[in-house]
Design a binder for this molecule. Structure first.
Ligand SMILES: [Zn+2]
Length: 393
């Protein structure tokens, strides 16, 4: 068995070791060392990063009790000097120990059992088997967890024989048999765990739950600890200050300012709609006054379909009109064709020919049909053709 230095001293990041075996793992070279500081991926915690003789490790995994250090190139040396990337290691220590405390807080306050834990690159997730949580309960869980951090309790690790493990008040039964490694947040949480944790809870720093959602039948919580919490606070503070400055209000007033902006936008849109309706009435009147016959053909560009339909509807409100409108917008050809109540013609009869001409489809009622297609060329000519068909009847 390889000696796992990180079991006793998670702060040691440099070491020397004999290479005791070289094996192939997925076509890559994997080194087995007599002793190592490198933590292999396990229990939701990713593997450490770092180098062996200056060569970057690709991965560190556990395989049948052995720790495999996977490298990209052949290393024929007998001995290696290893160096674990401390920044990543300490980050993982903060997140992992924070998880122990958070899990126990969920258990103490809500009888929520931890179903899974994943230490991610930016945030970590904790799945707790509870069905719901209120804002107040969430706050209490966070408060409790941070209280344990501020108490700066000792985090102890020790090994217990399988037959004695029943005497340890473990939060979860161990997954492994034989000698069990216990990680104890002094008098608070007892976990069977092989991970890396700081010696005292104060080193974890702030524990902050960012959001939660449903997963399977449980709730999943995203959280950050320590440096990640500071980074998150910095980002959110910056966003809030930017928003406050944009609205020229204090930070607490940002939500109200957003509400007001939405209300203004809504009433502005309503006003615009009313003005456009009025405008289409005027346009319709203008078109009628200048029309040479009862059949009105016109092609619009870049207008909204609603606008053009409104103009058509305003014209046919008066007796004796047939309106054939084309609209080219966003590279789509639209046809809006309508007739006044007193004109005895079913506009739907135009649909087959119109569909073919604009290479599209549509439908409607006897007094109004609308089509859309992708032949945006020659809309004037298309309307002329449809109109001539119509005039023959
Ligand atoms: Zn742990």
């Amino acid at each position: 068995m390889n000696k796992r230095i990180y079991f006793d001293d998670p702060y040691q990041v440099e070491f020397e070791s004999e290479i005791i075996d070289r094996v192939k793992h997925n076509n890559r070279m994997a080194l087995v060392l007599e002793q190592t500081c490198f933590y292999p991926e396990s229990g939701g915690q990713p593997a450490d990063k770092g180098t062996l003789n200056g060569v970057e490790l690709i991965d560190v995994i556990e395989d049948e009790g052995r720790i495999l250090h996977i490298v990209d190139q052949d290393m024929q040396e007998k001995k290696v000097k290893g160096k674990v990337d401390w920044k990543t290691r300490f980050d993982y220590m903060q997140q992992h120990a924070g998880q122990h405390i958070l899990s126990q807080s969920f258990w103490e306050l809500m009888q929520g059992k931890t179903r899974s834990f994943h230490l991610g690159q930016n945030v970590s997730t904790l799945e707790i088997d509870i069905k719901k949580i209120s804002d107040l309960e969430l706050e209490k869980v966070e408060e409790e967890a941070n209280k344990v951090v501020f108490q700066n309790r000792e985090i102890k690790t020790y090994f217990v024989d399988e037959d004695k493990i029943g005497e340890v008040p473990l939060r979860k039964p161990p997954k492994k048999s034989g000698v069990i490694r216990v990680v104890e947040v002094s008098d608070y949480d007892f976990s069977a765990c092989g991970g890396t944790h700081p010696f005292r809870t104060g080193e974890i720093g702030l524990i902050k739950i960012l959001k939660w959602g449903r997963i399977r039948n449980n709730l999943s919580f995203e959280f950050v600890c320590g440096s990640r919490a500071l980074k998150d606070y910095t980002l959110k503070n910056r966003i809030l200050l930017q928003a406050a400055s944009r609205f020229s209000v204090g930070e607490e007033e940002v939500p109200d300012a957003i509400e007001k902006l939405f209300a203004d936008l809504k009433s502005g849109k309503k006003q615009t709609r009313n003005i456009l309706m009025k405008l289409s009435e005027l346009e319709a009147r203008d078109i009628r006054q200048n029309a040479k016959s009862g059949v009105i053909k016109k092609v619009y560009f870049g207008r909204s379909r609603d606008d053009v339909r409104h103009i058509a509807l305003n014209i046919i409100r008066n007796p004796g009109y047939i309106v054939l409108f084309g609209l080219k917008a966003d590279n789509i050809a639209n046809l809006i064709m309508a007739r006044s109540e007193d004109v005895d013609f079913d506009m739907r009869e135009l649909i087959p020919a119109a569909s073919q001409l604009i290479n599209g489809k549509g439908g409607g009622r006897p007094s109004l049909v609308e089509l859309a297609g992708d032949n945006v060329e020659n809309l004037n000519q298309i309307l002329a053709e449809l109109g001539s068909e119509f005039l023959k009847s």
